[in-house]
Design a protein around this ligand. Structure first.
Ligand code: ITT
Length: 193
């Protein structure tokens, strides 16, 4: 089975590849360097569908896309779908700094947040989507070198370290992306048999 991975984010490619290839036998993930559509949806699902549909239209092959972000409770769910450009540009360091500044005076009990990931699969047989949520809280400062994006400022529930301090295998066993992909793997394994 071949699926096009419709993302331009290399960190996502490595996490998606590591998790999915272990969960679905005989799966070949193909890279995508086609046109990047405008992500003007109003939800993770709409944006994931926009990206997966664009890749399917361009390649003619089943295509999957990941739309994800961090939802911070005291910010009413922001940055959410705007996570990648929260500080204006595509700059992870600036994004993290802005988020920490916004929460500077917020005590630990009110720093609840969650990573959210919606995966859309679009192909000749139709469309499907899967969502995973990884609860936790926003740290007071950056810690850790692993992962990407907001990992250095996100402390997953049950931990006292950030997602960027976890071994990648640990993150990939429990993250929002892992939870969405677990459902996708079940779906793919069911249609393959
Ligand atoms: P594509 O649209 O090409 O897939 P992107 O980086 O633009 O890549 P999104 O629009 O879905 O993807 O933005 C997701 C942003 O949310 C990402 O850039 C990070 O800032 C953040 N994010 C998502 N998953 C994350 C994770 O596992 N760890 C840390 N930050 C994450």
């Amino acid at each position: 089975m071949q699926i096009v991975l419709a993302t331009h984010n290399v960190h996502k490619v490595s996490e998606l590849g590591a998790i999915l290839s272990a969960a679905v036998e005989g799966l070949e993930l193909l890279g995508y360097d086609g046109p990047e559509p405008v992500e003007d949806g109003t939800s993770y699902l709409e944006n994931a569908l926009i990206k997966a549909r664009a890749a399917f239209a361009h390649t003619g092959l089943p295509s999957m896309a990941d739309d994800s972000g961090i939802a911070v409770e005291i910010l009413g769910g922001s940055p959410g779908i705007f996570s990648a450009r929260w500080a204006g540009g595509r700059d992870n360091i600036a994004n993290r700094r802005l988020l920490l500044a916004q929460l500077r005076d917020v005590v630990e009990e009110h720093r609840a947040a969650a990573f959210v990931c919606t995966i859309a699969l679009v192909g000749p047989d139709g469309e499907a989507s899967f969502t995973g949520i990884w609860p936790g809280r926003v740290a007071f400062e950056e810690q850790g070198e692993h992962g990407f994006g907001y990992d250095p400022v996100f402390i997953p529930e049950g931990f006292e370290v950030t997602a960027a301090e976890l071994d990648p295998e640990v993150k990939n066993s429990m993250s929002h992306r892992a939870l969405a992909l677990e459902q996708l793997a079940t779906y793919l394994n069911a249609i393959a048999n």
